[in-house]
Design a protein around this ligand. Structure first.
Ligand code: NAD
Length: 433
């Protein structure tokens, strides 16, 4: 077996919108605008300045904003932050201040997202804990905004189905929705996906995907702090806000599995547990067997435990070789089209792709794919929490399944109506003694 050869083309940093591709789709864009969105009409290949709003001004939110503004530079256009929202006003103001935004355009509270979507922004970036994504995305699409949604996009089946439905609305309105699954925008992953599709490793027969890492940060409860505030600050330790780390973090690797295989699992059986986590109600580790049908199984492993072996990645074995995520491919020589990216930074490239697609009237729409990958992760979590086999159809089709309407509470909407009650800080325990 030989290592594959391929061609990666890095375009110039000053790549500009391709006029021919814009003109070629203008009729399509016109049709979708007639279907409801007045906003997309304001963004064309000739737009010189893009206005952006941010919901969720924490670590990734400020990172995503930087990436969006960097993407504007890559495309040779101006980007301007026009509104921020965060559950905590100080966070919204902190990010705003760094970008010269007036304090009155920085909104605080659980309904602050409504002010951002009602603002004059063209794009909304969403980087709150994932439990809020379905509601925020629905509001942004309703308001006619192009959207960047951080992964994952839900914590329960109903939330994921809502994102799929909102994605359809976005499509009808000609709005772009791009997810923060940066691997799908990185040249090495794009190359390996193209090689697999070209038959480099034959038919995929199995694989393993892993996010074995360390403990996340912990936010302790302050004296007299409300349940809502504590839960919001310490969200990475609560299933209700994060989906558990199989969803919040490991969704990246599960997304690669679904993307590379080109299909969804039929069922999941798995287990997990908790040994050392000090707060919240999540597991420390999961081990899930995903049955993709046709005798293909993918083993998913994820762990958040300090002082243990750490590895993040994906590996697939095929009838004629193997592929390591975005790394080496051992298999047959194949020819694939040149892979074109504007930057080696996948987290900037995803914004370049978002913006370009909106400006050229060919909006990308990742809503379904990221909602499905999120649901694959949720499927594994449900199996581990309940000790049951969970079928894909139990989550998307079979309304009589106890899992179909399984909902995490408090839900996003409860935070807006408040007050909310803190879930018990104990993990699920499946089975019987
Ligand atoms: N693509 C990636 O590689 C990547 C990396 C890190 C995080 N993420 C994702 O980004 C999201 C945010 O993660 P983070 O690390 O920035 O967390 P964070 O805690 O640093 O930031 C979250 C922010 O959202 C705010 N917030 C919470 N609820 C809100 C609400 N209802 N309305 C408005 N603001 C609210 C919080 O106050 C906080 O400022 C998560 O979905 C996470 O999984 C993605």
């Amino acid at each position: 077996m030989t290592t594959m050869t391929t061609k990666t083309t890095k375009q110039t940093k000053q790549t500009v919108i391709n006029r021919r591709s814009f003109l070629g789709t203008s009729t399509l864009a016109g049709a979708s605008l007639a279907a409801g969105s007045l906003f997309a009409v304001n963004i064309t290949e000739n737009t010189k300045k893009l206005k952006v709003g941010l919901i969720g001004c924490g670590g990734r939110g400020s990172g995503a904003l930087n990436d969006f503004l960097e993407a504007c530079k890559v495309l040779g256009i101006q980007g301007e932050l026009v509104a921020t929202a965060d559950a905590f006003k100080a966070n919204a103001e902190g990010v705003g201040k760094n970008r010269g935004l007036a304090a009155e355009r920085c909104f605080g509270g659980y309904d602050a997202y409504q002010k951002v979507v009602a603002s004059d922004c063209d794009f909304v970036l969403m980087a709150t804990p994932p439990a809020f994504r379905p509601v925020h995305l629905a509001a942004a699409v309703e308001a006619g905004k192009h959207c960047f949604i951080e992964k994952p996009v839900a914590v329960d089946p109903a939330g994921a189905r809502s994102v799929i439905a909102t994605g359809e609305k976005a499509k009808a309105k000609g709005l772009a929705v791009v997810a923060g699954t940066q691997r799908r925008h990185m040249a090495d992953y794009l190359r390996n996906k193209a090689m697999i599709d070209a038959g480099a490793i034959g038919k995929i027969k199995g694989g393993v995907v892993q996010w074995n890492g360390t403990v996340p940060w912990i936010k302790r409860r302050n004296e007299g702090e409300s349940d809502a505030s504590y839960l919001t600050r310490n969200w990475v330790n609560f299933t209700e806000l994060s989906g558990d780390h199989i969803v919040e973090q490991h969704v990246h690797n599960l997304d690669v599995a679904v993307w590379f295989l080109g299909r969804l699992p039929l069922a999941a059986v798995g287990f997990g547990g908790r040994a050392r986590r000090e707060t919240g109600n999540m597991f420390d580790f999961f081990s899930i067997d995903y049955d993709f049908g046709d005798d293909v199984h993918i083993h998913s492993q994820c762990r958040q435990l300090a002082g243990t072996y750490q590895h993040v990645g994906e590996m697939f074995t095929g009838t004629e070789g193997a592929c390591y995520g975005g790394g080496k491919v051992n298999g047959k020589q194949v020819t694939i089209p040149a892979i074109k990216v504007d930057t080696d930074n996948g987290m900037v490239q995803e914004h370049v792709d978002l913006i370009r697609s909106a400006m050229t009237g060919q909006p990308l729409n990742d809503a379904k794919s990221i909602a499905e990958s999120t649901l694959v992760a949720i499927m594994g979590r449900i199996s581990a929490y309940t000790g049951e086999l969970v079928r894909w159809n139990d989550l998307v089709k079979n309304e009589n399944s106890p899992f179909f309407n399984l909902a995490c509470t408090p839900a996003a909407i409860d935070f807006e109506s408040g007050p909310i009650k803190l879930p018990a800080e104990v993990p699920s325990v499946p089975g019987k003694a």
